[in-house]
Design a protein around this ligand. Structure first.
Ligand SMILES: Cc1cc2nc3c(=O)[nH]c(=O)nc-3n(C[C@H](O)[C@H](O)[C@H](O)COP(=O)(O)O)c2cc1C
Length: 484
């Protein structure tokens, strides 16, 4: 068998291979093996190996002569074609924007190209039109397209505007709100997301004027990909300023024009997380080792799935996830009050490690060490938040989920808890110190679901807490849909 030396491949091919391999978490050699295997399988009618879940969309196998329909399986929007207005600025990297047209089309986008006057010094309108399979636009005062204000159509009749290469000049004009040519008029008139792929000499990129413009554009909500570090077109120059590779830009664009599905849109989800602190006196409390990570991960996953999320958290050292309304509480009693206040909800997930007991009579003053020895601490039971909400006669969430953190007889205890509390599901996890679950980033859970006779148990493999959260949210969304 012939030997293949990756080092000897041409630079462009190597760069693309490196990105595919990184996106799929493989070595470059392994990536080549997968590509070869897929090529052989395709020839013999087998299915190709799809990019891994969560892997960048840039990872698909794309032969050089790829046509869009061949890659329908990887397309961002099979149902409706995404429309991208691609503005090409006047930089050396304009030639790479021609490849970007193809990369975007492979992902199911209809691409309309706008070339600045300077860009036409680097690439011709004919090349851009031929690759886009439609005319390209160059002139603001074009009677053919402006009879009905065509620049407004290019600005708004699209899902995304990509600027590649985004020159220092174009970014300065955007930051300043100029509109003296077709590209800048479109950028000023748009209400669509804008993705910039800056490309320029490192001195231009680091110039204080460019830094100010970049900061301004970011504040204005403009997304950016790159620039990357590396060698410049100018001889002997290197640094940050190279345009991101077309495959990287296409992946970033796809993430914007094909937003993730939001199966919990319109649902309100209530989540508790973390420990509770039960005061002994003004300076001391009873607590537990819960870090809140699993509950916070569920809140983040539910928010990403489009839910309106209220997170009620005991004292933890975690920031509120994006898009989540956070209420911080201390004790079990505070938590129950906050839960009642947050209802109604479609789903309630009680992931907090609520203290079962509190001190019966909390000291008003710090308890002093005295000759009488340690003070006797009389404990009393805390309210049972899970049981209280599960058994609500009115306003009970459709789906009530509890957590069982056990150190022994996990499944028996979880089954008993499911029956006793009146909730719908229990997420059971073993929190023995040896598992490292308390405070760690991984979890092994069993999902117990109430059914007519006994509980159905679904045991998941060891996963990160983020993956557990994603899987749980997905299961919740499916269940709500079935019972809608
Ligand atoms: C050979 C050459 C290469 C250039 N490359 C870049 C570049 O990579 N990035 C950049 O910001 N400007 C570059 N410029 C300068 C721009 O072409 C110039 O600022 C122009 O006005 C940009 O116009 P536009 O932003 O409307 O496309 C280059 C100029 C020349 C002559």
């Amino acid at each position: 068998m012939a030997n293949l030396t990756i080092r000897k491949l041409d630079e462009l091919l190597k760069a693309e291979l490196r990105q595919r391999a990184a996106a799929n978490g493989r070595s470059m050699e392994d990536e080549v093996r997968v590509i070869l295997r897929d090529a052989v399988h395709q020839r013999h009618g087998f299915a190709p190996s799809l990019p891994q879940a969560g892997g960048a969309a840039a990872a698909e196998p794309v032969p050089d002569d790829a046509s869009p329909d061949k890659h329908e399986a990887f397309s961002a929007s099979k149902a409706a074609t995404a429309r991208v207005t691609l503005i090409v600025g006047g930089g050396i990297a304009a030639y790479k924007a021609m490849d970007l047209i193809r990369r975007l089309k492979e992902r199911g986008a209809d691409v309309r190209v706008v070339l600045t006057k300077a860009a036409q010094q680097f690439v011709s309108p004919l090349t851009a039109s031929a690759l886009a399979h439609q005319r390209c636009y160059t002139d603001l005062f074009d009677p053919q397209s402006e009879f009905d204000a065509g620049h407004i159509r290019l600005a708004r009749d699209c899902d995304l505007i990509v600027v590649a290469p985004a020159t220092a000049d174009l970014m300065a004009k955007m930051a300043g709100g100029h509109a003296d040519d077709l590209a800048t008029a479109i950028l000023l008139a748009t209400n669509r997301p804008v993705l910039l792929a800056p490309a320029m000499n490192p001195l231009m990129w680091n110039n204080p004027a460019t830094r100010r413009n970049v900061d301004q554009l970011r504040r204005d909500g403009v997304a950016m990909v790159g620039p990357n570090a590396g060698e410049m077109a100018e001889r002997g120059e290197a640094g940050t300023g190279r345009m991101a590779e077309p495959i990287e830009i296409a992946a970033a664009a796809q993430a914007l024009f094909a937003p993730p599905p939001r199966p919990l849109r319109g649902r309100r989800v209530l989540i508790t997380a973390g420990p509770t602190h039960e005061p002994i006196d003004p300076v001391r409390y009873i607590a537990n080792r819960s870090s809140g990570k699993q509950g916070y991960a569920i809140a983040a996953a539910a928010a990403r799935a489009g839910a309106e999320v209220v997170l009620i958290s005991g004292p933890v050292d975690l920031a509120a996830p994006d898009g989540v309304t956070l209420t911080r509480v201390e004790s079990a009693r505070d938590m129950l009050t906050a839960v009642h206040a947050a209802l109604p909800a479609d789903v309630a997930i009680f992931a907090a490690a609520v203290a079962d007991w509190r001190v019966a009579s909390e000291g008003d003053q710090k308890i002093k060490k005295g000759a009488g020895g340690p003070p006797p601490l009389q404990l009393t039971e805390n309210p049972d938040i899970l049981a209280t909400i599960s058994k609500l006669a009115e306003g009970r969430p459709k789906l009530v989920i509890g957590f069982a953190a056990e150190t022994e007889n996990l499944l028996d205890n979880a089954r008993a808890k499911l029956a006793r509390k009146g909730c719908d599901w229990i997420v059971a996890n073993d929190v023995s110190p040896a598992t490292g679950v308390m405070g760690g980033d991984r979890n092994t859970v069993h999902l117990l679901m109430k059914s007519a006779d006994a509980a159905t148990i679904d045991s998941w493999p060891v996963m990160t807490k983020d993956d557990v959260a994603r899987a749980l949210v997905q299961r919740i969304a499916q269940t709500l849909e079935v019972h809608a």
